[in-house]
Ligand binder design. Sequence first.
Ligand SMILES: [Fe+2]
Length: 360
Amino acid sequence: MNTPSVLLRDRWLRVVFGGGRPSHADFHYLWLRHNCSQDLHPLTRERVIDASEIDERIAPKDAWIEGDSLFVRWNELSARVSRFPFEWLRAHAYAAERESPALPETSLEPITLDARDFDQPTLFREILVRVERFGVARVVRFMPNGDRARPEDTELIVDSLAAAGLKVIGTHFGRIEDLRVDNTTNQNTDQLGYTDSAVHLHTDQPFLEHPPTFQALHCVAPAPRGGESFLVDARALSAILRAEDADAYELLRTVPVTFHRKQRNFEKVLHAPILGEDGPAGFRVRYSYFTLAPYRLPFAQMERWYRAHRRFAELVRDERHHVRFLLGAGDFVFYDNHRMLHARTSFEGHRWLRGVYFDR
Ligand SMILES: [Fe+2]
């Protein structure tokens, strides 16, 4: 007999019974609260509450095991504490021995370079291995031309990735994007990336039939204030969505939405689902709140669609799932644009990042 325990997740908890069968079982918060024994009539033991009377977002303030029971203190005004004996939980377990997909990896060890024994082939091989595994790799202080970051270092990154088998993909911005407010080198700069505003999690170029597979973002000059980067692994989160809300997953995988990029001198429209299996590695996410055209779904499906989308967006926007860092001068990130969403916070002052897209 091991020590029983309880593990809290967003909408459900897992009770590990500490011995016997099932060894663990998962229960939604709503289900537990709906089955609280305090809502049984004291004489007849009939339930005196309808599930619709319970707030959909009910969650524990706290949960613990005492003896052979689970106790939950709810986030309701009454701060009710419910008790669920293990025997009762076992008898009513609807998700016994359930396996849950792993949460996304959020600790991102940077690859650090030592300028003296700088070895590009090894470095770039390492980058590709990490991107395969984690979706993203971060390199700090890439300054092969001296002790400060220079725009020409971007070309070395491009050459090295080309030597590793990747090819540069030009877009309607040009070959390399100079992401700076005072941009003079790119076309079609009338979009958020060239401002100092926050850009929340998204994938790039979702309106293209084949969005670029990878992006390198190379920092020449960080902002004096703000401009933090963060990414999230949409592949890991879609596995969670599939396991926790199969209907929402199915809608995101099958309902086409319209991505409409309209700039002064560029326009592109594409109808495609948000989640797909058509990426080169069997997964592709298209996610861009700022290029979505108004939805045109049948009236009877609109609310269902918004609910499904929100369920995924909540996973995506949950900060506990993010990899967060500040790119310093000479740092760069390289990530899989079919798998990872990326974002930056707003900033003040001069900031200069250079972006390049690649395919295999
Ligand atoms: Fe972007």
